[in-house]
Design a protein around this ligand. Structure first.
Ligand SMILES: Cc1cc2nc3c(=O)[nH]c(=O)nc-3n(C[C@H](O)[C@H](O)[C@H](O)COP(=O)(O)O)c2cc1C
Length: 183
């Protein structure tokens, strides 16, 4: 079993999503969800914007296809995902490999993989909150992974910019959820 661990926060050691992905991967390893872990830091080693040439030799796609579980750190930047993470997604959504069109519409071909997203937001965007219509991170990631045949799981820490206490509590709760993920 292989885990692909992806981080996309620009906040280095102060990143909330990096702390949470690292806790998730540790817990999965302890519970034998994966012997080998491949780590991709999309900020230290960014993937260039998509071009036709880049599509031809797509190492990121091979890495994704070889992984059983993918753990993704996804901070909200300007209401959606970091462009570094979008560049990675652009490499794994590939017609004929991770989805295809049928008479009945599109069908995902990446079924059977587990995707766990550590989602972090400075504000509050939960259903019913005033800013919920600006939530384009979780909705986008759910949509794109559903499109390729995967139902992603989310561990969310939000309200992180409200204050240090709220931040600590939200991160603590998210890390607590790793027990459930590894069960
Ligand atoms: C460039 C940038 C843009 C941000 N945009 C938003 C935003 O639109 N909504 C929000 O709730 N928080 C926003 N934030 C706050 C982050 O979502 C929050 O700090 C979160 O902890 C980021 O995760 P990280 O610490 O892993 O980078 C932004 C932060 C940065 C650095």
């Amino acid at each position: 079993m292989t885990i692909l661990h992806i981080d996309s926060s620009i906040n280095g050691e102060n990143s909330a999503s990096r702390v949470i992905t690292s806790a998730i991967v540790d817990k999965l390893k302890q519970s034998n969800w994966g012997e080998s872990v491949i780590y991709r830091d999309l900020v230290a080693n960014p993937i260039p914007h998509l071009t036709l040439d880049a599509f031809a030799a797509n190492l990121d796609l091979e890495e994704f296809l070889a992984a059983d579980t993918i753990v993704i750190g996804a901070p909200m930047y300007n209401f959606t995902l970091p462009t570094q993470l979008k560049a990675w997604i652009d490499r794994i959504v590939v017609a004929g490999t991770t989805f295809h069109y049928t008479e009945n519409g599109p069908e995902g071909l990446a079924k059977g993989k587990r995707v766990i997203v550590a989602l972090t937001r400075g504000g509050i965007y939960s259903e019913g909150s005033p800013a919920s219509s600006l939530e384009h991170l979780e909705t986008y990631l759910r949509g794109v992974f559903n499109f390729i045949g995967i139902e992603p799981e989310f561990v969310t820490a939000e309200g992180l910019s409200i204050g240090p206490e709220q931040r600590e509590e939200a991160i603590g709760l998210a890390i607590g959820e790793t027990v459930r993920l590894a069960a």
